[in-house]
Write a protein that binds this ligand. Structure first.
Ligand code: SAM
Length: 276
């Protein structure tokens, strides 16, 4: 296993991954914006659009870190639920949009029973996420659970969706994490993985290499005071399987109808699979 241009044991990788995120937790969101020029927000929005969750959905967001995907999920289902309620009220009572907006201004349960668990191995990342979420007013329908993706403390057949965003690359035994994902999803449930992948365009690939090797470690040093961690980031992206190889790994874990979609010329890909 590689780690920042060194070769380390599997055990060592787990420990080092922990240290990387422990060290950058407070700066993680700022770094994400700086490194991706804010584009990670668009990629996460696209993941939500692909998921298209309806009110009442139960999501497990593994390697959820500071909760970006969870917050987007709550936002999405809230909007869906409000839209549905407004349609119903309007049909029944013939109210104007202004009257309806007023009616729902103070409404508490706007999630329609949806729930998301942010699951992560790193306490510092969860702590930062929890503070961010409550500062933005997200507390209902949201839990934070500490643990390893390779061993989930949840019953079988429990969730409608399992998401993992920029996380699977950091897990030591990817196959174990995928088997666990399959186990905890309900039959018919969907696995969605957002991850850095391999660029399918020569010109973009050159630019991307230049940016990754020249700019990202410097940003890591300047913003998070940490050069090595961001070298690790780049190295781990290079070593991650191609889109097609990863699709096969997901199929090996028992998922069906596995597909992927490249975003930004394959800098990132969303893989999807179903437990059938
Ligand atoms: N999903 C978030 C996002 O997209 O912003 C955070 C992604 S961050 C790059 C990777 C996260 O994976 C870190 O919070 C790290 O602690 C977590 N992680 C690494 N190994 C893990 C494991 N074995 N089990 C659970 N989480 C893990």
């Amino acid at each position: 296993t590689h780690f920042g241009f060194e070769t380390v044991s599997e055990e060592e990788k787990g420990r080092k991954v922990y240290q990387v995120f422990e060290g950058v937790a407070k700066k993680y969101d700022v770094m994400n914006d700086a490194m991706t020029l804010g584009i990670h927000r668009v990629w996460k929005d696209m993941l939500l659009q692909k998921m298209h969750p309806s009110p009442g959905t139960h999501l497990l967001d593994v390697a959820g870190g500071t909760g970006d995907i969870a917050i987007r999920f709550l936002n999405y289902v809230q909007a869906q639920h409000r839209r549905k309620q407004k349609r119903q009220v309007r049909a029944q009572q013939n109210l104007s949009w202004e009257e309806i907006a007023q009616k729902y201004q103070n409404e508490e349960d706007s999630l329609g029973g949806s729930h998301v668990i942010v699951y992560d191995i790193n306490k510092a990342m969860l702590k930062t996420g929890k503070q961010k979420a409550s500062a933005q007013g997200y507390t209902a329908g949201l839990s934070w659970v500490l643990g390893d993706a390779e061993e989930l403390p949840f019953d079988d057949d429990k969730f409608d969706f399992y998401t993992i965003g920029f996380g699977i690359r950091n897990v030591t035994h990817m196959d174990r994490a995928l088997q666990e994902a399959h186990r905890v999803l309900k039959p018919g449930g969907q696995f969605l993985c957002l991850e850095f992948s391999h660029v399918d365009n020569t010109f973009i690939s050159r630019l991307y290499d230049l940016y990754s090797f020249q700019v990202i470690p410097v940003l890591g040093k300047v913003i998070a005071g940490d050069w090595k961690s961001y070298q690790y980031l780049i190295e781990s992206i290079r070593l991650f399987p191609s889109q097609e190889e990863f699709k096969e790994i997901i199929e090996d874990a028992g998922f069906r109808k596995v597909t992927y979609e490249n975003l930004t010329s394959g800098i990132v890909a969303i893989h999807s699979g179903f437990k059938l």
